[in-house]
Ligand binder design. Sequence first.
Ligand code: TYD
Ligand code: MG
Length: 455
Amino acid sequence: MATRKPAPPAFVCTECGWTTAKWVGRCGECQQWGTVSEQAAPTGILRRMTPLAPHADRAARPITQITTEDAPRRTSGVGEFDRVLGGGIVPGAAILLSGEPGVGKSTLLLEVAAQSARAGRRVLYASAEESPAQVRLRAERTGALHDELYLASETDLATILGHIDEVRPQLVIVDSVQTVSSSLSEGAAGQPSQVREVAATLIRVAKERSLPIIIVGHVTKDGQVAGPRVLEHLVDVVCHFEGDRQTSLRFIRALKNRFGPTDEVGCFEMTGGGIAEVPDPSGLFLSQGATEPGTCVAIALEGKRALPVEVQALTIPSTAPNPRRVVHGLDASRVAMVLAILEKRAGIKTSMLDVYVSTVGGVRFTEPAADLAIAVAVAGSVQLNSVPRTVAAVGELSLAGEIRPVTQAAQRRSEAARLGYEQVVDDRSKTLRAALDDVRARNTSRRPDGEIPPF
Ligand code: TYD
Ligand code: MG
């Protein structure tokens, strides 16, 4: 008896490509609602495609004969943004700027627009979220008024294309892709099919006219760009704008960059008068004033940048059956591990103490390279021993109490030297115990009885 082949799945998720034989409201793979739709049945006929002769100036050429002069970079006018883009904006580049609501995407792009306008390049800022009056008010506040900066408040894609034709800009900003809709696609703005259509059209215009386009993309609660994942494949550069609501500091990272490295980080500060670049963020994560027992500076890596980050620890006798462990900005499980290593390998007991460990300035520092600084800070708090301002500690701890080398150690060391940290306690000390002795030997602060306290 001949077995029948199973029928091909007829429904497919527009988000992730998951297929199913029956329609369901929610994708079984990516768990998105309303993204499963019917697939056109395969016709079964293999049609032949007639090859077309390529246009003379589009002929395939040996790679060695291709000049790169076609792709000169232009500065965006904002140095920290250029750094993330790999040196500037490449003509025809489609750049997606993602970030949570309120993080400052519109403020940054208004600044980029104003700087480009000042450099004599006309900019079209198509805002589908705010009225021109709202944008103008903001521009007045942040000093971004310029005659070459054109505003259009538009949610229809075709009309935005019309504005591009009329204004003939050299840079287009669309804020945001989720609020623009195309009449060629069904559904409301923001739905995956709409987002894909809008982005694909804008990208095609960018390529055809060598016109750089910056597209704002909202992110969902879990930090993904809302809309189809395919959006990130379509564009040339994906930049993510991030920052803590409680602090004014913002970072931009390139998650994807067809024109440059992805390990660069741009640093900004939100101020009353707009967004300000922070080209040297090294002082931001350090406390001011005298060194207290229980603090230690580590050198963290943000992308390619080495930044000093101060780790602070406070320990007090606990009254609770389970002593408290409160951790801010660091990895709580790594802190727990460091406390265990301190107790077992260096004889510094914290099991009867409440331990509070935090970074300064709200920065997140979850690298293993923070281990040694956490250990020195906690040991300092337990034994009332302060670390001189000129000492930084960088190292990962093994459970055996050894110090392991960290990634890009040379870079961290040279940044530490540049910033005036005369000694870096690191894996040259070999063990945690030796490192704590080393710090103690450098300690010049004495207790009232004149003794240098033991570590
Ligand atoms: P915005 O650029 O509108 O965010 P997004 O476009 O990412 O949603 O920024 C809004 C936040 O930025 C708002 O909470 C206030 C703050 N902000 C400043 O701190 N300074 C400023 O000059 C401006 C315009 C905004
Ligand atoms: Mg906005």
